[in-house]
Write a protein that binds this ligand. Structure first.
Ligand code: ADP
Ligand code: MG
Length: 254
């Protein structure tokens, strides 16, 4: 079996005395879409933030392509890596949040080209050509010269996806990317994500959109109380949940 693109083993995260993640094991295959669902407060965002070390796990290691994230071995001990090293690893994982994370005083095009120019150090012209391709993919080419406040939430979120893709990540993390949107704007963002999945992007998606999870996910994970209660193929999990907590959750959201 080929090594999963992303793997976490016995991941734990505590804030003071509050054990938010209590031993998460997860493997994400290259090209797969993993959806994470579960009640509010179950630790979904914390898990996503631990995957790219926006939060430092209390215990456990995240592996990307078999390489530990945020830590390195010296002899048989693990040490936090330098900020620059971590920043390079983080670039491998694009992240799209619930709230729009565009720079409001930059145009859409400038938002998308900024990191490639500053971090990947490619020429502005080349960055713009790439950016226009990405904006085309998310249906935002016509809005390239708009500022985020001039756009709808759905358009901003699609631009945010293009901005993440501009760093050519190995995988994309989404934390409830549609839950701040007006209902009529949800579909356009989900359509872009669906296209991205069809194009083979590896994605980990925290979502309340059960239709998306059912149709797009290769793997569905149900979390509650900081642990994975059950996981499997969406068709199985959604129609034959085994655990009472999964059944209760699904009866509320389906
Ligand atoms: P979810 O995304 O599933 O709603 P979260 O991961 O946001 O859950 O939060 C899980 C729990 O962790 C909540 O009780 C929340 O209050 C707590 N929590 C999250 N981040 C922090 C933090 N930085 N400091 C203290 N508690 C936190
Ligand atoms: Mg959350």
């Amino acid at each position: 079996m080929t090594e999963p693109l992303l793997k976490v083993e016995q991941l734990r995260k505590s804030f003071g005395a509050h054990d938010v993640l209590r031993g998460i094991d997860l493997a994400v295959k290259r090209g797969d879409v993993t959806c994470i669902v579960g009640p509010s407060g179950s630790g979904k965002s914390t898990l996503l933030r631990c995957l790219n070390h926006l939060e430092t796990p209390t215990k456990g290691v995240v592996f990307l392509n078999g390489v530990p994230v945020g830590v390195r071995w010296k002899g048989n001990r693990l040490y936090q890596m330098s900020f620059n090293e971590l920043a390079r690893q983080r670039q491998r994982m694009g992240m799209v949040f619930q709230a729009f994370n565009l720079f409001p005083h930059k145009t859409v095009l400038e938002n998308v080209t900024e990191a490639p120019i500053l971090v990947r150090r490619i020429k502005r012209k080349a960055a713009e050509v790439e950016a226009m391709d990405l904006l085309e993919r998310v249906g935002m080419a016509e809005r390239a010269n708009y500022y985020p406040p001039q756009l709808s939430g759905g358009q901003q979120q699609r631009a945010a996806i293009a901005r993440s893709l501009a760093m050519k990540p190995d995988l994309m993390l989404f934390d409830e990317p549609t839950s701040a949107l007006d209902p009529e704007l949800v579909g356009e963002v989900l359509a872009v994500m669906r296209q991205l999945a069809d194009d083979g992007m590896t994605m980990v998606v925290v979502t309340h959109e059960m239709g998306f999870a059912r149709d797009v996910a290769d793997h569905l994970v149900f979390m509650d109380g900081g642990v994975i209660i059950e996981e499997g193929a969406p068709a199985d999990l959604l129609t034959h949940p085994h655990h009472e907590r999964t059944k209760a959750f699904l009866s509320r959201v389906l």
